[in-house]
Design a protein around this ligand. Structure first.
Ligand SMILES: *[C@@H]1O[C@H](CO)[C@@H](O)[C@H](O)[C@H]1NC(C)=O
Ligand SMILES: *[C@@H]1O[C@H](CO)[C@@H](O)[C@H](O)[C@H]1NC(C)=O
Length: 463
């Protein structure tokens, strides 16, 4: 998971293609636009590749109109996004988009793009349907509209690693929230590569994001040419499973905690905040009867990255005053039902990448305890789950296991490179890392050591 991470270097210019949809030259708008997108004028006449098979010529002359500005941004390392305005026509049956750009120097040009935010991940993109985009200078050259819509549309693919909950949220649902929020529900979602079960699983949330029927581009019965005044192809990506408030033009006024609130509402989860322990509550609170105990959920998986001593973990947590719940997640299980269980808890304990994404259902101020197995995964673990948890307003405790707590310690001699030098294994590539540490490892927690992490979580519930 999250195999590819590339930080955008400082000198990466945010390149925009500005297609002209209006004809009135407004110098003031031009100036604001350049400040906003920070694109030097000469950049706009560059020729650059979108992918090896196609390229887009950027127009040198920019004219703009307050509302009629179309723009493609291919500068992000994760996501290509085109925001087309004016007269945009979509042929659903072959995922092609035509934008009419009326301007004396406008040319006919086409390019292809994959509307899924895992841009440099070929493995994921192999399962993403390409969208073809054409800009044409004359409306007569565009296919005739058979249906005209007043609302905007967002075109995206669920493809990639759909079904893995971390990827569902980080690659699709949170970016979709960021992309659609400006429409306040009045937007058409045009989806490709989505299995019907996937749409069903996330339908409560999708309904919150869009009041209109989802258009399944692979199965839809809708033929013809659909026309929209505003179409976004691709999804805005900020960071792993979260919203980067600094990345939103004008601040946006929303963050990951707002996403979590919306998600809870969509699944009918009633707990908005976790239990608040008082200073007087000591570690044996539960034993002292009647007092409500904080609930702790241990997510245990059966196949990989399993806790081999769940019983001992449960006893340790119970001794600290927790009411303990052990939950298992399965790929196609009833998400709503599991979300209720998660939401009823105050602390979530899980191994990195083994169901931890369920933290999105926790009430605010709950605590996530991430157990990080061997493999030099500490930083990735923090980025994938720690930062999102904090952005959501949760407490976060990271427990990096000791060598003795890994089943790898029983499988390999102590001087074996798998135990001694995870960095070397990582250099062999993602697959080597995955098989050595993510598939090949279970965890036997040293409960005497882990107790400190559980106490820390109790302490955070007091704040
Ligand atoms: C999509 O279909 C339309 C109408 O059938 C056709 O005119 C157009 O060329 C097709 N586009 C692509 C990219 O295949
Ligand atoms: C981890 O535990 C599960 C469940 O007991 C088992 O099926 C699996 O083979 C174990 N994996 C390793 C690498 O020990």
């Amino acid at each position: 998971m999250a195999a590819e991470k590339k930080s955008v270097s400082n000198f990466t210019v945010r390149v925009g293609i500005v297609l002209i949809a209006g004809c009135i030259l407004v110098p003031i708008t031009l100036v604001t636009m350049f400040i906003h997108y920070a694109v030097p004028l000469q950049t706009l006449s560059l020729l650059f590749s979108v992918d090896p098979a196609s390229s887009v010529i950027l127009e040198g002359k920019i004219r703009s109109h307050n509302s009629g500005r179309s723009l493609c941004d291919f500068s992000s390392s994760r996501s290509d996004v085109c925001k087309l305005k004016g007269d945009v026509r979509i042929i659903l049956t072959n995922a092609s988009v035509v934008v009419v750009v009326v301007h004396p120097s406008a040319k006919h040009q086409s390019w292809r793009m994959k509307p899924h935010p895992r841009k440099n991940d070929r493995h994921a993109l192999a399962r993403v349907t390409e969208v073809s985009v054409t800009s044409t200078p004359a409306a007569e050259l565009a296919p005739e509209c058979t249906a005209k819509h007043a609302a905007a549309a967002v075109v995206f693919s669920v493809g990639g690693y759909a079904g893995n909950m971390f990827h569902d949220f980080t690659d699709v649902l949170v970016p979709l929230y960021i992309t659609t929020r400006r429409f306040a529900g009045d937007v058409h979602l045009l989806v490709s590569d989505a299995q019907p079960w996937w749409l069903d699983k996330y339908r409560p949330l999708l309904r919150e994001l869009s009041r209109r029927d989802i258009v399944d581009m692979d199965r839809g019965s809708l033929g013809g040419v659909h026309c929209y005044p505003h179409v976004i192809i691709g999804l805005d990506f900020h960071k792993e499973m979260s919203v980067d408030v600094a990345n939103i033009a004008g601040g946006g006024g929303y963050n990951m905690a707002d996403f979590a609130r919306l998600l809870r509402r969509s699944y009918g989860l009633t707990r908005d905040t976790a239990i608040r322990l008082r200073d007087g509550d000591n570690n044996n609170g539960a034993v002292k009867a009647k007092k409500k105990a904080p609930r702790l959920l241990i997510i245990s998986r059966r196949a990989t990255r399993t806790f081999t001593n769940v019983g001992a973990i449960v006893r340790t947590a119970a001794a600290l005053g927790y009411e303990v719940v052990v939950g298992e997640t399965e790929l196609h299980s009833d998400l709503g039902a599991f979300a209720q269980v998660v939401n009823s808890c105050d602390v979530l304990v899980g191994v990195h990448g083994a169901g931890l994404s369920n933290l999105v259902f926790l009430p605010a101020r709950a605590v996530v305890v991430q157990v990080v197995p061997l493999g030099g995964l500490e930083a990735m673990a923090r980025e994938d789950f720690g930062a999102p948890a904090i952005d959501m307003g949760l407490g976060y405790v990271q427990y990096d296991i000791a060598v003795e707590e890994s089943t790898l310690a029983r499988r390999y001699p102590r001087d074996h490179r798998v135990l001694r030098d995870p960095a070397a294994v990582r250099r062999d590539g993602w697959l080597a890392l995955r098989s050595a540490y993510l598939v090949g490892q279970n965890v036997t927690l040293d409960v005497a050591r882990f107790r400190a992490a559980l106490s820390r979580a109790l302490q955070l519930l007091r704040h």
